[in-house]
Design a protein around this ligand. Structure first.
Ligand code: FES
Length: 111
């Protein structure tokens, strides 16, 4: 479990990129008041999703505009085909806490 930051430091629409203590960078989003965490690197090529555009619970990649559902990690449009790995997020003891998932994403590649 990794302490990310205090909830008030991650307001709706914002993202924090976690690199310490994780096997690969993780992006933690506040999407309309709910916290979600996914691998930060797009599954299409090498782009940071923390630099993308958050629209509701979808994150659009800044490089070629693939979009991913933060709830499942699934891409919702090409060019990305592989899902992102998702990670559990909790709030406890006054902090957002990241529980890193190890292993492959649950969902198969799309299209
Ligand atoms: S790098 Fe993300 S869509 Fe191409």
């Amino acid at each position: 479990m990794i302490r990310v930051c205090r909830p008030e430091d991650l307001p709706p629409g914002e993202v924090v990129r976690v690199t310490d203590g994780v096997p690969a960078p993780v992006a933690v989003f506040n999407a309309d008041g709910e916290f979600y965490a996914v691998d930060d690197t797009c599954t299409h090529q090498d782009a940071s999703l923390a630099d993308g555009w958050l629209e509701g619970r979808l994150i659009e990649c800044p490089l070629h505009a693939a979009s991913f559902d933060l709830r499942t990690g699934k891409p919702t449009c090409p060019p990305a085909r592989q899902p992102l790995r998702t990670h559990r997020v909790t709030v406890a003891d006054g902090y957002i806490q990241l529980h890193v998932t190890v292993g492959e994403p649950d969902h198969p590649a799309l299209w």
